[in-house]
Ligand binder design. Sequence first.
Ligand SMILES: Nc1nc2c(ncn2[C@@H]2O[C@H](COP(=O)(O)OP(=O)(O)OP(=O)(O)O)[C@@H](O)[C@H]2O)c(=O)[nH]1
Ligand SMILES: [Mg+2]
Length: 200
Amino acid sequence: MKRCFILGQPNSGKTLFMINLAEYCGLSSLELLVTDSLGEMKTLSLCFEDARKDLVDPFPHRTLSLQHATVPLKKGKIKISIQMVDTVGLSDSLDHPEPVRLGMAHTLKQIRSADIVVHIIDAPRAAVDLDVPAFVDLELARYASCKCPYLVLANKMDLPRASEGLAKIKATFPSSTVLPISALKKRGFREVKAHLLRFI
Ligand SMILES: Nc1nc2c(ncn2[C@@H]2O[C@H](COP(=O)(O)OP(=O)(O)OP(=O)(O)O)[C@@H](O)[C@H]2O)c(=O)[nH]1
Ligand SMILES: [Mg+2]
Protein backbone atom coordinates (compact mmCIF):
# COMPACT_ATOMS: atom_id res chain seq x y z
CA MET A 1 0.00 0.00 0.00
CA LYS A 2 1.30 3.47 -0.89
CA ARG A 3 2.05 5.87 1.95
CA CYS A 4 1.02 9.48 1.60
CA PHE A 5 2.65 11.89 4.06
CA ILE A 6 0.70 15.01 5.01
CA LEU A 7 3.32 17.67 5.72
CA GLY A 8 3.25 21.36 6.54
CA GLN A 9 3.62 24.01 9.18
CA PRO A 10 1.91 23.66 12.58
CA ASN A 11 -1.76 24.63 12.54
CA SER A 12 -2.06 24.47 8.73
CA GLY A 13 -4.86 21.88 9.04
CA LYS A 14 -3.07 18.56 8.44
CA THR A 15 -4.97 16.57 11.05
CA LEU A 16 -8.40 17.93 10.14
CA PHE A 17 -7.62 17.21 6.48
CA MET A 18 -6.78 13.57 7.23
CA ILE A 19 -9.84 13.01 9.44
CA ASN A 20 -12.28 14.66 7.04
CA LEU A 21 -10.76 12.98 3.97
CA ALA A 22 -11.18 9.59 5.68
CA GLU A 23 -14.83 10.43 6.40
CA TYR A 24 -15.35 11.77 2.86
CA CYS A 25 -13.98 8.48 1.47
CA GLY A 26 -16.70 6.53 3.24
CA LEU A 27 -15.12 5.19 6.43
CA SER A 28 -17.49 4.88 9.38
CA SER A 29 -14.81 5.45 12.03
CA LEU A 30 -11.14 6.34 12.23
CA GLU A 31 -8.62 3.62 13.09
CA LEU A 32 -5.24 5.18 13.80
CA LEU A 33 -1.81 3.71 14.35
CA VAL A 34 0.17 6.28 16.33
CA THR A 35 3.99 6.09 16.42
CA ASP A 36 6.38 8.43 18.20
CA SER A 37 10.06 9.31 18.25
CA LEU A 38 10.73 6.84 21.10
CA GLY A 39 9.41 3.93 19.05
CA GLU A 40 6.19 3.71 21.08
CA MET A 41 3.12 2.53 19.15
CA LYS A 42 -0.55 2.59 19.99
CA THR A 43 -3.81 2.19 18.16
CA LEU A 44 -6.79 4.48 18.47
CA SER A 45 -10.33 3.88 17.30
CA LEU A 46 -12.49 6.99 17.24
CA CYS A 47 -15.76 8.11 15.74
CA PHE A 48 -15.16 11.11 13.47
CA GLU A 49 -16.74 13.58 15.88
CA ASP A 50 -14.44 12.48 18.70
CA ALA A 51 -11.41 12.45 16.36
CA ARG A 52 -12.03 16.11 15.46
CA LYS A 53 -12.59 16.99 19.12
CA ASP A 54 -9.55 15.12 20.46
CA LEU A 55 -6.95 15.51 17.69
CA VAL A 56 -7.60 18.95 16.15
CA ASP A 57 -6.75 22.14 17.99
CA PRO A 58 -6.85 25.90 17.34
CA PHE A 59 -3.35 26.15 18.87
CA PRO A 60 -0.21 24.88 17.07
CA HIS A 61 1.76 21.73 17.96
CA ARG A 62 -1.26 19.59 18.82
CA THR A 63 0.12 16.58 16.92
CA LEU A 64 3.41 15.28 18.32
CA SER A 65 3.42 11.78 16.79
CA LEU A 66 2.86 10.25 13.38
CA GLN A 67 -0.76 9.14 12.92
CA HIS A 68 -1.40 6.54 10.20
CA ALA A 69 -4.86 5.82 8.78
CA THR A 70 -5.80 3.48 5.95
CA VAL A 71 -8.23 5.23 3.64
CA PRO A 72 -10.15 3.55 0.78
CA LEU A 73 -10.10 5.38 -2.56
CA LYS A 74 -12.55 3.95 -5.11
CA LYS A 75 -11.45 3.76 -8.75
CA GLY A 76 -14.60 2.69 -10.61
CA LYS A 77 -15.55 -0.60 -9.02
CA ILE A 78 -12.05 -1.20 -7.70
CA LYS A 79 -11.24 -0.23 -4.11
CA ILE A 80 -7.63 0.86 -3.64
CA SER A 81 -6.45 1.80 -0.17
CA ILE A 82 -3.85 4.35 0.69
CA GLN A 83 -2.09 4.93 4.00
CA MET A 84 -2.40 8.57 4.98
CA VAL A 85 0.23 9.72 7.50
CA ASP A 86 -0.52 12.81 9.56
CA THR A 87 2.72 14.35 10.81
CA VAL A 88 4.18 16.83 13.29
CA GLY A 89 4.05 20.43 12.03
CA LEU A 90 7.43 21.66 10.79
CA SER A 91 8.64 25.20 11.36
CA ASP A 92 11.76 27.25 10.64
CA SER A 93 12.43 27.79 14.32
CA LEU A 94 13.84 25.11 16.63
CA ASP A 95 12.97 27.17 19.68
CA HIS A 96 10.31 24.73 20.93
CA PRO A 97 9.85 22.42 23.93
CA GLU A 98 11.65 19.08 23.62
CA PRO A 99 8.58 16.95 22.69
CA VAL A 100 7.92 19.28 19.73
CA ARG A 101 11.56 19.18 18.56
CA LEU A 102 11.65 15.37 18.89
CA GLY A 103 8.37 15.13 16.99
CA MET A 104 9.70 17.32 14.17
CA ALA A 105 12.90 15.26 13.97
CA HIS A 106 10.83 12.04 13.87
CA THR A 107 8.74 13.43 11.00
CA LEU A 108 11.85 14.51 9.05
CA LYS A 109 13.42 11.08 9.52
CA GLN A 110 10.31 9.27 8.31
CA ILE A 111 9.74 11.39 5.17
CA ARG A 112 12.10 9.03 3.37
CA SER A 113 9.42 6.34 3.49
CA ALA A 114 6.81 8.50 1.72
CA ASP A 115 5.52 7.38 -1.70
CA ILE A 116 3.44 10.55 -2.08
CA VAL A 117 3.64 13.92 -0.30
CA VAL A 118 0.73 16.26 0.29
CA HIS A 119 1.95 19.63 1.53
CA ILE A 120 -0.63 21.77 3.32
CA ILE A 121 -0.31 25.55 3.52
CA ASP A 122 -2.66 27.91 5.36
CA ALA A 123 -3.90 30.16 2.53
CA PRO A 124 -5.40 33.02 4.60
CA ARG A 125 -2.20 33.13 6.64
CA ALA A 126 -0.15 33.33 3.46
CA ALA A 127 -2.15 36.43 2.52
CA VAL A 128 -1.21 38.33 5.69
CA ASP A 129 2.11 36.85 6.82
CA LEU A 130 5.26 37.68 4.86
CA ASP A 131 6.89 34.54 6.27
CA VAL A 132 4.27 32.16 4.80
CA PRO A 133 5.20 30.15 2.80
CA ALA A 134 8.21 29.81 5.09
CA PHE A 135 11.72 28.57 4.37
CA VAL A 136 10.64 25.14 5.62
CA ASP A 137 7.85 25.09 3.00
CA LEU A 138 10.35 25.88 0.23
CA GLU A 139 12.68 23.14 1.44
CA LEU A 140 9.82 20.63 1.69
CA ALA A 141 8.76 21.44 -1.86
CA ARG A 142 12.32 21.17 -3.15
CA TYR A 143 12.89 17.78 -1.50
CA ALA A 144 9.48 16.17 -2.04
CA SER A 145 8.92 17.29 -5.62
CA CYS A 146 12.15 15.53 -6.69
CA LYS A 147 11.46 12.41 -4.65
CA CYS A 148 7.87 11.39 -5.35
CA PRO A 149 4.45 12.57 -6.57
CA TYR A 150 3.85 15.85 -4.78
CA LEU A 151 0.81 18.06 -4.30
CA VAL A 152 0.40 21.42 -2.58
CA LEU A 153 -2.95 22.05 -0.88
CA ALA A 154 -3.87 25.66 -0.13
CA ASN A 155 -6.13 25.13 2.90
CA LYS A 156 -8.78 27.16 4.75
CA MET A 157 -10.24 28.53 1.51
CA ASP A 158 -13.50 29.14 3.40
CA LEU A 159 -11.86 32.04 5.29
CA PRO A 160 -11.50 35.70 4.17
CA ARG A 161 -8.43 36.62 2.09
CA ALA A 162 -7.73 32.98 1.24
CA SER A 163 -7.83 33.76 -2.51
CA GLU A 164 -4.97 36.26 -2.07
CA GLY A 165 -3.05 33.59 -0.19
CA LEU A 166 -3.76 31.04 -2.93
CA ALA A 167 -2.32 33.42 -5.55
CA LYS A 168 0.82 33.87 -3.44
CA ILE A 169 1.21 30.11 -2.94
CA LYS A 170 0.81 29.46 -6.68
CA ALA A 171 3.43 32.12 -7.44
CA THR A 172 5.82 30.58 -4.89
CA PHE A 173 5.46 27.05 -6.29
CA PRO A 174 5.05 27.65 -10.05
CA SER A 175 6.08 24.15 -11.07
CA SER A 176 3.86 22.28 -8.59
CA THR A 177 0.18 21.44 -8.67
CA VAL A 178 -1.60 23.66 -6.13
CA LEU A 179 -5.19 22.73 -5.23
CA PRO A 180 -7.42 25.02 -3.15
CA ILE A 181 -9.28 23.15 -0.40
CA SER A 182 -11.18 23.64 2.80
CA ALA A 183 -10.43 20.76 5.14
CA LEU A 184 -13.19 22.06 7.39
CA LYS A 185 -15.91 22.12 4.72
CA LYS A 186 -14.48 19.15 2.77
CA ARG A 187 -14.17 21.36 -0.31
CA GLY A 188 -11.75 20.42 -3.07
CA PHE A 189 -11.67 16.80 -1.85
CA ARG A 190 -12.93 15.38 -5.17
CA GLU A 191 -9.89 16.90 -6.93
CA VAL A 192 -7.50 15.74 -4.18
CA LYS A 193 -8.88 12.20 -4.43
CA ALA A 194 -8.54 12.22 -8.23
CA HIS A 195 -4.87 13.25 -7.93
CA LEU A 196 -4.15 10.63 -5.26
CA LEU A 197 -5.71 7.96 -7.47
CA ARG A 198 -3.49 9.03 -10.33
CA PHE A 199 -0.44 8.60 -8.09
CA ILE A 200 -1.22 5.05 -6.81
N1 LIG B 1 -11.79 27.74 8.81
C1 LIG B 1 -11.02 26.64 8.68
N2 LIG B 1 -10.31 26.20 9.73
C2 LIG B 1 -9.53 25.09 9.54
C3 LIG B 1 -9.44 24.42 8.30
N3 LIG B 1 -8.58 23.40 8.45
C4 LIG B 1 -8.16 23.43 9.72
N4 LIG B 1 -8.74 24.44 10.39
C5 LIG B 1 -8.55 24.82 11.79
O1 LIG B 1 -7.17 25.09 11.98
C6 LIG B 1 -6.76 24.66 13.29
C7 LIG B 1 -5.60 23.69 13.17
O2 LIG B 1 -6.05 22.50 12.56
P1 LIG B 1 -5.25 21.14 12.76
O3 LIG B 1 -5.84 20.13 11.85
O4 LIG B 1 -5.14 20.80 14.19
O5 LIG B 1 -3.82 21.61 12.21
P2 LIG B 1 -2.46 20.79 12.17
O6 LIG B 1 -1.75 21.21 10.94
O7 LIG B 1 -2.73 19.35 12.34
O8 LIG B 1 -1.71 21.38 13.43
P3 LIG B 1 -0.51 20.72 14.32
O9 LIG B 1 -0.94 19.35 14.73
O10 LIG B 1 -0.39 21.62 15.46
O11 LIG B 1 0.70 20.71 13.43
C8 LIG B 1 -8.01 24.05 13.94
O12 LIG B 1 -8.64 25.05 14.72
C9 LIG B 1 -8.89 23.68 12.74
O13 LIG B 1 -10.27 23.65 13.04
C10 LIG B 1 -10.23 24.92 7.21
O14 LIG B 1 -10.23 24.41 6.09
N5 LIG B 1 -10.97 26.05 7.46
MG1 LIG C 1 -2.14 17.99 13.77
